[in-house]
Design a protein around this ligand. Structure first.
Ligand code: IPE
Ligand code: IPE
Ligand code: MG
Length: 225
């Protein structure tokens, strides 16, 4: 079966840059190039939601120079690719609190979301300043404030993923077997694929192989089949 929702932790850019005897930022730049391939492949496979971990709530711990580079990269990406994405009928959604982002970037991101909101080929969720613990804490706080019962249904309604199904597949590139505060609630029953390749080396074929592997997985959700 084709998954409806695939989530990806795009890890390993920095190490890739260093491996090329260049900078970590060089690796980030190369990593961006993989996006188009994977989005196009996801559209071909009729995947409805793709959620990409792009900047975590913990990534602020990185040197300013690297953070600023990432912001510039994202801004340039929107300038260059937004129309192409729109033509492919990609709907862009931001998952995370971008209030702390520089104004020029915040405005661009909001513009991109607004421009593409009626598109229906695929929804690409860009997790920016996203952290699962913060997402869950703020959901519970909202319920508390509204004096609503704390139950699974109400918590789900207050997550970024409120309107969409949980991912069937999580891919993490970069040879690290951890979740790094990504979608902890939503990944409860997700099939996880930890890939050794660094993100800039990941390609359509790797993506297709994972989809093929997934198609023969029997999921039980705690029951017996
Ligand atoms: C992931 O690559 C991209 C971001 C976190 C923005 P890293 O920058 O974490 O690369 P490594 O893991 O240090 O190689
Ligand atoms: C996860 O990668 C965040 C993104 C890919 C955006 P990290 O590189 O930040 O994760 P850790 O620090 O290795 O756990
Ligand atoms: Mg990393």
């Amino acid at each position: 079966m084709t998954p409806k929702h695939v989530a990806i932790i795009m890890d390993g850019n920095g190490r890739w840059g260093i491996k090329q005897k260049k900078t970590r930022n060089f690796g980030h730049k190369e990593g961006v190039k993989v996006l188009e391939k994977i989005i196009s492949e996801a559209i071909k496979k009729r995947i409805q939601y793709l959620t990409l971990y792009t900047f975590s709530t913990e990534n602020w711990k990185r040197p300013k120079k690297e953070i600023n580079f990432l912001f510039t990269l994202l801004s340039n990406y929107i300038d260059k690719e937004l129309n192409k994405l729109d033509n492919k009928k990609v709907k862009l959604k931001i998952f995370g609190n971008i209030n702390k982002f520089p104004n020029f970037l915040k405005n661009k991101l909001k513009y991109a979301e607004n421009l593409t909101k009626k598109n229906n080929n695929i929804q690409v969720n860009v997790a920016l300043n996203y952290g699962s613990r913060e997402e869950l804490t703020s959901a519970v706080k909202k319920l508390n404030k509204a004096k609503l019962p704390i139950n699974e249904k109400n918590i789900k309604k207050n997550l970024y993923t409120k309107d969409i199904p949980d991912p069937e597949i999580l891919i993490r590139t970069g040879n690290r077997n951890r979740l790094s505060n990504f979608l902890l609630w939503q990944l409860s029953y997700t099939e996880i694929y930890f890939i050794k390749k660094l993100w800039p080396d990941f390609n359509e074929k790797d993506f297709r192989n994972i989809l093929t592997e997934f198609s023969s997985v029997r999921r039980n959700f705690g029951g017996i089949k």
